[in-house]
Design a protein around this ligand. Structure first.
Ligand SMILES: Nc1ncnc2c1ncn2[C@@H]1O[C@H](COP(=O)(O)OP(=O)(O)OP(=O)(O)O)[C@@H](O)[C@H]1O
Length: 287
């Protein structure tokens, strides 16, 4: 369990985080969302003990970075934009090097992670020859070497093409399922987060504006649903027509009516994805 209690962090005049409180349940995948400068990276750096809070407290599995820094770092694995790999060494040699730093036996763990993250095809090549996607996957293995309870990821899919992105997200889910690791992930790519996260925390200018599952956030922030219907012979763009529904409860009757009147091919909600929720939250204060 990760807990933030009323955490404030300042850099000189700038308040990067203001009175931030949250709990992150073990085994969850939480998306940390907010515009540039919202305080996401600061939160991650506070968690892995690179920064200390000016006020408030943080704990990871009951330990605080201030008093138990080494143990907290042992429980956290971090992957930032710089995966910290030596390019002239093979992937395996990189992992052995980091395992030595942690003082853990390497070979069995490297094999386990190579299985989970499908690294075998390139593990014995110099990492300088890797694609960005391969580097991210090796970076994930490096972050998971010491079996951390928590994995902290800052923009893990930056620079990846759609295939690489899909792979990294798939492996993340696999690590979460097979190793039970709690994941905290910052990203601006909301459609990607939506495929892996169980909860979200929204930050803006260092202040938590909202948190919850996508369903909880929808019911708080989406007032009415815009539904696109596609049917044979309808006026409008390619037989598509957009109607408003005041709530999810109204949808079955609305769709049934449309289906009774025409050959209905599709009914799709246009405004209840994570991105729509994000923009709605940014428009208003927490109710
Ligand atoms: N070491 C530092 N010194 C001074 N100001 C800092 C420092 N680190 C962060 N800040 C400031 O704190 C605020 C929060 O920064 P942070 O990097 O946590 O935001 P972020 O949400 O991660 O942004 P981005 O999405 O751009 O990565 C910003 O205004 C930033 O300029």
């Amino acid at each position: 369990m990760i807990r933030f209690d009323n955490v404030t962090k300042r850099f000189g005049e700038k308040t990067a985080l203001q009175g931030f409180s949250a709990q992150i349940e073990p085994g969850s995948i939480t998306g940390l969302i907010g515009p540039n400068g919202a305080g996401k990276t600061t939160l991650i750096r506070l968690l892995n003990g690179l920064l200390l809070p000016d006020e408030g407290s943080i704990s990871v599995d009951g330990l605080t970075p201030l008093q138990d820094g080494d143990e907290v770092r042992r429980r956290c694995g971090t992957l930032t934009e710089q995966p910290g790999l030596y390019e002239d060494m093979t992937g395996r040699a990189n992992l052995r090097f980091y395992a030595d730093l942690y003082g853990i036996p390497a070979d069995k763990r490297i094999e386990e992670l190579a299985d989970v993250l499908s690294l075998h095809a390139f593990l014995d090549r110099a990492t300088g020859t890797y694609s960005t996607g391969m580097k991210k996957r090796l970076g994930l293995a490096r972050a998971m070497l010491h079996r951390p309870s928590t994995l902290l990821l800052d923009e893990p899919t930056n620079g990846l093409d759609p295939d690489g992105t899909r792979d990294v997200l798939r492996y993340l889910r696999r690590l979460n399922e097979q190793e039970g690791v709690t994941v905290l992930i910052c990203s601006h790519v909301l459609a990607q987060l939506e495929t892996v996260c169980s909860r979200y925390i929204f930050l803006e200018q260092g202040v938590k504006k909202a948190e919850g599952t996508l369903d909880q956030l929808r019911s708080r922030y989406i007032r009415s649903l815009r539904v696109e219907l596609r049917a044979d012979g309808w006026q409008g763009r390619d037989g598509r027509f957009v109607v408003e529904a005041p709530s999810y409860d109204e949808l079955p009757a609305l769709i049934a009516r449309a289906a009774a009147e025409s050959r209905l091919y599709e009914a799709r909600i246009l405004n209840d994805d994570l991105e729509s929720v994000y923009f709605q939250i940014r428009k208003e204060e927490v109710r």
